[in-house]
Design a protein around this ligand. Structure first.
Ligand code: ZN
Length: 305
C-alpha cells in the first residue's frame, strides 16, 4: 500500500497526516504556529518532517501534497500579491518547506481547491463547487474530477467577486467583495461598524444571540443571501452536480444549508435548478489534508500508468 503525506497549512497551524485515498488517514495531527513570522513558519515545517520521519520514515512516503491559503500563480508556483492569512508567505515557493535534499515527489495547491477535491472524492461527484466560510471565503472548482485553475491559477476566487458596487473595503484591498459581507470576519466587522458593543464579541458570541438580537439576525440573513446570489451566478455558469459548503463559520452554525439551497435554486435556470444539490462538507477540518493526499496520489498514479 502506497503512503502519501498531506499537509494543510493555515493561518494558525499546520495540519498533517499520512495515508491514501482508498484506506483513508492512518494519522492526523496539528502543529500550532505560535508566532506568525517566517522563522517560526520554517521551524514548524521542520518539526513536522522530523515527526513524520521518526514515526513512519520519510523514505516510506511516496509523495507529499501541500495545501496553503493564497492565490498561487500557476506559472511560477509562488503565492503572490497580498496573503491576509499568512502575510509573510508571499513570493515563496512551497518547495522551500521540504527538508534539504528531499527527493520525494510533491504537489501543492490552494487550500480551498484541495477542500473541493477532497469533497469531490468523498461525495463521489465529479463536478463540484466547494466553498469554505470561515474568517474568509474560499472556493474551489472541480471539473471532471480535477481542480480547475483557469489560465493563470486564479480561478475560483469567489470571496473576491464584487457583490456590492463601491461597498465595504475587503482584506484584499478592493471594495464590495463577497468576503467583506458573508464571511465570519465580514459579519463581525459589519456589526462592529453598526454598534461598538459588537466589537468585543467573537463569532461564537455573536451566533449565540442570533435568535434574540434582530440586528444580528438581519446581518446574517443578508450575508446568507449574498452568498446564495454569488453561488447561483457561479452555478449558472458552471452547471455543477453539487455545491458543497463547509468551513469554521459554517460548523458554528452561521448559515443554514436548506435555506442556501432554496435561495440558490430560485435563481438557477429552470432546466437545472432541481438537479443542483447543495450539501454540507463532510470531511470537516481534515478536508485540506485529504485533498492534499488526493492531489499527490493522482499525480503519482498518472506517472505510474
Ligand atoms: Zn476581496
Amino acid at each position: 500500500m502506497n503512503i502519501f503525506l498531506g499537509i494543510d497549512i493555515g493561518g494558525s497551524s499546520f495540519k498533517y497526516g499520512w495515508g491514501n485515498c482508498e484506506e483513508g488517514l492512518q494519522s492526523y495531527q496539528t502543529l500550532v504556529l505560535q508566532r506568525k513570522n517566517i522563522d517560526d513558519f520554517f521551524a514548524v515545517a521542520k518539526e513536522l518532517f522530523n515527526d513524520v520521519d521518526s514515526k513512519i520514515g520519510l523514505n516510506n512516503i511516496k509523495g507529499i501534497g501541500i495545501g496553503m491559503p493564497g492565490a498561487i500563480d500557476k506559472t511560477t508556483g509562488l503565492v503572490t500579491e497580498n496573503n491576509p492569512n499568512l502575510p509573510f508567505w508571499v513570493e515563496h515557493h512551497p518547495r522551500e518547506l521540504l527538508p534539504e535534499n528531499c527527493n520525494i515527489p510533491f504537489a501543492f495547491d490552494n487550500d480551498a481547491n484541495l477542500m473541493a477535491l477532497a469533497e469531490s472524492y468523498t461525495q463521489k461527484k465529479n463536478y463540484v463547487i466547494g466553498v469554505t466560510v470561515g474568517s474568509g471565503i474560499g472556493c474551489g472548482i472541480v471539473i471532471d474530477g480535477k481542480i480547475y485553475h483557469g489560465a493563470y491559477g486564479f480561478a475560483g476566487e469567489l470571496g473576491h467577486i464584487c457583490i456590492v458596487d463601491k461597498g465595504l473595503k475587503c482584506n484584499c484591498g478592493k471594495n464590495g467583495c463577497l468576503e467583506a459581507y458573508s464571511s465570519g470576519e465580514g459579519l463581525r466587522r459589519r456589526l462592529a461598524l453598526k454598534n461598538p458593543r459588537y466589537a468585543e464579541m467573537d463569532l461564537s458570541a455573536i451566533l449565540a444571540i442570533k435568535e434574540t438580537d434582530t440586528v444580528v439576525a438581519d446581518y446574517i440573513k443578508q450575508g446568507q443571501l449574498m452568498l446564495a446570489i454569488a453561488l447561483s451566478c457561479l452555478a449558472t455558469c458552471l452547471d455543477p452536480e453539487i455545491i458543497i459548503i463547509g468551513g469554521g463559520a459554517m460548523d458554528l452554525g452561521l448559515y443554514y444549508i436548506e435555506e442556501l439551497e432554496s435561495e440558490i435554486r430560485k435563481r438557477l435556470p429552470a432546466a437545472h435548478s432541481a438537479k443542483v444539490k447543495v450539501a454540507k462538507a463532510i470531511n470537516g477540518n481534515k478536508a485540506g489534508v485529504l485533498g492534499a493526499i488526493k492531489l499527490i496520489e493522482d499525480k503519482f498514479n498518472s506517472k505510474e500508468e
